[in-house]
Design a protein around this ligand. Structure first.
Ligand SMILES: Nc1ncnc2c1ncn2[C@@H]1O[C@H](COP(=O)(O)OP(=O)(O)OP(=O)(O)O)[C@@H](O)[C@H]1O
Ligand SMILES: [Mg+2]
Length: 158
């Protein structure tokens, strides 16, 4: 099956897309994603995190940017930078109140995640880490099928 991969905008150039996934929930995906982001950043790479967990976003809270809001210009959405310069995009940074529930059907959720790849002005990145929701639902399937994923990390419980 040959599925067309999504492309980023003209202001973005991403060298490696890495998805962090798991079969079960609560095994440490978001923690692992954040720790890898910080260690890559410390090594001098340009890093971004795409929080693909739309109904349970946790990346903004990890980095203490959950009170900030992403802004949008004509060319796309500008992600929020952490104190150490990691670019973050999450539904949490778009909704008016960070604790509002996101009660959306699968296709809408999957489209939002795709837009986080295509419409966010990530700029030049060495690594884009994608923090996935658990399991094999709409979002992990959409990411694997429609984004040019270079590698995956599967987090499991012992
Ligand atoms: N290696 C670890 N050792 C101990 N506790 C951990 C470890 N990794 C994560 N935790 C704790 O487990 C909980 C879940 O972690 P995390 O949010 O990273 O999991 P997740 O897989 O992203 O969850 P979700 O499926 O809800 O997105 C958190 O309270 C976190 O502090
Ligand atoms: Mg998580």
């Amino acid at each position: 099956m040959n599925i067309q991969k999504e492309k980023t905008n003209e202001l973005t150039n991403i060298k490696n897309v890495i998805a962090i996934m798991s079969g079960k929930g609560g095994v440490g995906k978001s923690s692992v994603t954040s720790l890898i982001a910080v260690s890559l950043k410390n090594k001098g790479y340009k890093v971004g995190i795409l929080d693909a967990d739309i109904t349970g976003p946790s990346i903004p809270k990890v980095f203490g940017i959950n009170k900030k809001r992403a802004s949008s210009i004509e060319d796309g959405i500008i992600p929020v930078k952490t104190a150490t310069g990691i670019e973050v995009m999450s539904i949490n940074l778009l909704i008016e109140q960070e604790d509002s529930p996101v009660v959306w059907r699968g296709p809408l959720v999957a489209n939002t995640v795709k837009q986080f790849y295509t419409d966010v002005i990530w700029g030049d990145l060495d690594y884009l880490l994608i923090d996935l929701p658990p399991g094999t639902g709409d979002v992990p399937l959409t990411i694997m099928q429609s984004l040019p994923v270079d590698g995956i990390i599967v987090v499991s419980s012992p």
